[in-house]
Design a protein around this ligand. Structure first.
Ligand code: ASP
Length: 331
C-alpha cells in the first residue's frame, strides 16, 4: 500500500462536539495512539456505523458493571429490534426470493463462540448465537435447525419482512440489474466490541447480510475469525461490508494476530484492508470496514471508501468517529 498517496483526513464528531483535523497519515496514527495512551480508559464499547443508541446501551450496561458479553448482546439487540434498519434483524432486506434470513455470532473472553446462519423468523439472533455457544456442544447452527433450536430455547416466531422492506424488494425485482449503492444499501451490519470493568473483551455481530442476496447465501458476519474475533489477551476486531472479501482474508482474526505482534488497532485495521485491495482489482466497487480494540481500550478503524463511521463509548461519552479510508478518487 502506498501510504504517502493517501489523502489525510480524520474526523471526530459527537453530540455537541465536532473536531476536524488534517494530519499526515503517520502523524495521525502516532498522535492517536499517544492521545489514547493518556486517556484514563474505563469500560468501552465500539460498534460499526452510526448506531448511536445501540452503542450507548452497551456502554451504559458496562458502566453498570455488566459483563462484556451481556453488554454487547444488549447493544446489538437495539438494532435487531429497529424496524427502520434494513440490514439487521426485523425489517432487514430479504434475499432475492423475498425471505429475510439473518446471520450472527458472539465470542466471549474465554474464547468460546457461537453462531447462527441463514435463520428465518427469529429477531434476536445474537442472543440465539449465545445460546448455541452455551447450550449446545456446537459452535454454529444454520437454517431450519437453528430456527427449531431457537423455539426450544423460548424464542418467539416473528414475521421479519416489514411492508417497507417488501415494497423495496418488489421495486428491486422490477429493475433489470442489481447494482448496490456503496455505504447505503447493503452495509449496515452491527458489529460490537466491548471491554468491561474487569478488563475482559467480548463481541457480537448481527446482520441480514447483503440485500437481495441469493437464497442460502451466508457472508462473513456469522463466521468466527472473519466477521468477528476476540482474544482476551490481545483484543478484538469486527467487520462490515462485502462479506465475501472479508471471508477470503479471514479479516478479524488477521487483525487480532497483527495486534498480538505489536501493531496498534489502527495499524492492524489498515493492514487488513491492504490485504484485500492488493488482491482484488475490483475494490473500488465495494466497501469494507474494520474496527478493532485492544486490551487497554485503544481503538482503531479503517475502510476502503469514505462514508464509514463507528461509535465509541468511553468515559461516559459516546462519539462518532469517521476514520481515514483507502480509496480517494482524484477530483
Ligand atoms: N458483512 C455483511 C455480509 O456480507 C454485510 C454488511 O456488513 O452489511 O453479509
Amino acid at each position: 500500500m502506498e501510504r504517502r498517496n493517501f489523502i489525510k483526513k480524520a474526523t471526530l464528531t459527537g453530540v455537541g462536539l465536532a473536531v476536524g483535523t488534517s494530519l499526515s497519515r503517520c502523524t495521525d496514527v502516532k498522535n492517536q495512539s499517544n492521545q489514547q495512551q493518556n486517556l484514563t480508559k474505563g469500560p468501552t464499547a465500539i460498534c460499526t456505523w452510526r448506531f448511536t443508541k445501540a452503542n450507548a446501551v452497551a456502554g451504559k450496561a458496562l458502566m453498570q458493571g455488566k459483563s462484556a458479553l451481556d453488554a454487547a448482546i444488549e447493544g446489538v439487540q437495539v438494532e435487531e429490534d429497529n424496524l427502520k434498519n434494513t440490514t439487521v434483524g426485523k425489517g432487514g432486506a430479504p434475499d432475492r426470493d423475498g425471505n429475510v434470513t439473518l446471520d450472527a455470532c458472539v465470542m466471549n473472553p474465554k474464547g468460546d463462540c457461537g453462531a447462527v446462519a441463514c435463520v428465518e423468523n427469529i429477531t434476536h439472533v445474537a442472543a440465539l448465537a449465545r445460546k448455541v455457544m452455551e447450550e449446545t456442544p456446537h459452535v454454529m447452527l444454520a437454517g431450519k435447525g437453528a430456527e427449531d433450536f431457537a423455539y426450544s430455547q423460548g424464542f418467539k416466531k416473528e414475521e421479519l419482512l416489514t411492508q417497507s422492506s417488501k415494497s423495496a424488494w418488489q421495486t428491486w425485482k422490477k429493475s433489470s440489474k442489481y447494482n448496490p449503492i456503496i455505504n447505503i444499501e447493503n452495509h449496515d451490519t452491527i458489529g460490537m466490541l466491548t471491554l468491561d470493568e474487569k478488563g475482559d473483551i467480548a463481541g457480537a455481530c448481527s446482520t441480514s447480510g447483503l440485500s437481495y442476496k441469493m437464497r442460502g447465501r451466508v457472508g462473513d458476519s456469522p463466521i468466527i475469525g472473519a466477521g468477528l474475533f476476540i482474544d482476551n489477551q490481545v483484543g478484538g476486531a469486527v467487520a462490515t461490508g462485502m462479506g465475501e472479501e472479508v471471508l477470503k482474508t479471514v479479516g478479524s482474526f488477521l487483525i487480532v494476530e497483527l495486534m498480538r505482534n505489536g501493531k496498534t488497532p489502527q495499524e492492524a485495521c489498515e493492514e487488513a484492508i491492504a490485504r484485500i485491495v492488493n488482491k482484488n482489482q475490483q475494490y473500488k466497487a465495494f466497501q469494507i470496514a474494520y474496527i478493532a480494540m485492544d486490551k487497554q481500550g485503544n481503538t482503531g478503524a479503517y475502510c476502503i471508501h469514505e462514508g464509514f463511521t463507528y461509535m465509541k463509548y468511553q468515559n461516559g461519552e459516546n462519539i462518532a468517529i469517521s476514520p481515514d479510508y483507502y480509496y480517494h478518487p482524484k477530483s
